[in-house]
Design a binder for this molecule. Structure first.
Ligand code: FIX
Ligand code: ZN
Length: 416
């Protein structure tokens, strides 16, 4: 373990967390975006997926489960996965870890006591406390103007405070053309689905307006494993929009593009968010983008374990690619270790080892504790090997490396 990592304040560069100013169900705003507390922790989609695996359909079908109140859902999950079974999956263990860290009983027979503790907390002060416990200085959000609920909140003046950095998320512009063109037209940005007329201008105006409104630290989209980009002659909708509008506009506005590649949406639609899975993607598309847009910057994470080695090899060729995080199904101790070792061996310290992807505030506690421990072990091993090769590492160098990995690589990349 690396002691320097214990006290380091990290920047969490991708989450789905919000401040209380975006509303919270615990305060009666049922579609509020700030998720926290025991009911959200237990109904988190990673855990819900595990519940459906072991719950026969004739006991409760997914649609009937989702029709229950959040607290009834949480009660059922607690009983099935934490009482009747041992909570030893990474997601369940994470909830146990967060509860224990907050002084709550992970062996409780029911949720009454835990729920009452959470109901005594003020969401805003609780955010400070959880960030302090997790050692997180900044939470980077995911802000989606195509989501009606979120969109309305921004238009009605909701804004984050200085603990939260916005990120403008634009999946439909890349992945769902022409549906996105119809939406933009409906909102007053007249687009033609065939990219004729002033469509690129309309897309740029849309992006500019949301950049002005949100002041994002970068712009992001998640892409399916089938995403392709094959150079200047590629006439697919995604390539056309990236080349004609999105990347030029981001360059003008000095913003990096986050690409999260490999999510296969709605493999099992009945399960909602818990129904997504992954597929192996083709990193060649990324290499072409980095090559054709040398003045654009790409923050990249890929979802398939099979893609990790190739992503690193592409990043070795292009300084405008910054690999980050062990995303979603890769965020388990074993895979974080494997991927971090591979990155340290091939990229030195020029990457960002982890982001939390937290959707529920208290997840920061276990996700960052795991990341510090596992990345710390990988880093220690790399120092040991260096020492065997004849070069000791100094304490100030260890501190610098930790800062690079958990803050400075990202900060300098988005500010370049
Ligand atoms: O696209 C994303 O940002 C993904 O992280 C999410 O869609 C996903 O549901 C998730 O929570 C993964 O951790
Ligand atoms: Zn995410």
């Amino acid at each position: 373990m690396i002691p320097e990592l214990n006290d380091l304040k990290v920047i969490d560069l991708h989450t789905h967390l919000y401040p209380a100013s975006f509303g919270t169900p615990s305060a009666g705003d049922k579609d509020g975006l700030m998720l926290w507390g025991i009911d959200e922790l237990l109904t988190f989609h990673y855990i819900a997926a595990e519940f459906f695996r072991i719950t026969p359909r004739d006991e409760i079908a997914p649609a009937d489960f989702f029709a229950l109140s959040k607290s009834d859902q949480a009660d059922r999950i607690w009983q099935a996965l934490f009482v009747d079974r041992t909570p030893n999956s990474a997601a369940c263990r994470g909830a146990v870890h967060a509860l224990t860290a907050l002084g709550l009983d992970p062996c409780a027979a029911n949720l009454t006591g835990i729920r009452s503790w959470f109901s005594d907390q003020d969401p805003d002060a609780h955010t400070d406390r959880v960030m302090e416990m997790a050692g997180v200085e900044k939470i980077t959000m995911t802000n989606d103007p195509f989501d009606d609920n979120e969109r309305e909140r921004w238009l009605n003046g909701a804004r984050p405070d200085s603990r939260f950095d916005p990120v403008l998320r634009i999946d439909p512009l890349v992945c769902s053309w022409p549906a996105a063109a119809e939406k933009l037209t409906e909102w007053g940005y007249e687009c033609r689905v065939d990219f004729g007329g002033g469509t690129f201008d309309a897309v740029k105006r849309f992006l500019s307006d949301w950049i002005d409104r949100m002041n994002p630290v970068y712009v992001a989209c998640s892409l399916p494993p089938t995403f392709s980009y094959d150079g200047p002659d590629d006439l697919s909708d995604a390539a056309t929009n990236l080349r004609g509008a999105i990347l030029p506009l981001l360059k003008d506005r000095g913003l990096a593009m986050g690409l999260m590649i490999g999510a296969r949406r709605q493999t099992n639609p009945e399960l909602g968010l818990a129904g997504d899975s992954l597929g192996v993607a083709e990193p060649h598309a990324l290499a072409r983008l980095a090559r054709d847009f040398p003045n654009s910057r790409f923050l990249v994470t890929m979802l398939a374990r099979e893609n990790q080695h190739e992503l690193i090899s592409v990043a070795r060729k292009f300084g405008n690619i910054l690999p980050f995080g062990c995303w979603w199904f890769l965020n388990t101790p074993q895979l974080i270790r494997e991927i971090t070792d591979m990155r340290l061996e091939l990229l030195g310290t020029s990457f960002v080892p982890q982001h939390s992807d937290a959707r529920v505030l208290e997840q920061l506690i276990y996700k960052w504790s795991d990341a510090r421990r596992i990345v710390g072990e990988a880093l220690s091993d790399s120092y040991l090997k260096m020492s065997e090769a004849g070069r000791e590492v100094r304490p100030d160098e260890i501190e610098r490396d930790c800062r690079l990995l958990f803050r400075d690589n990202y900060l300098s990349f988005i500010q370049t």
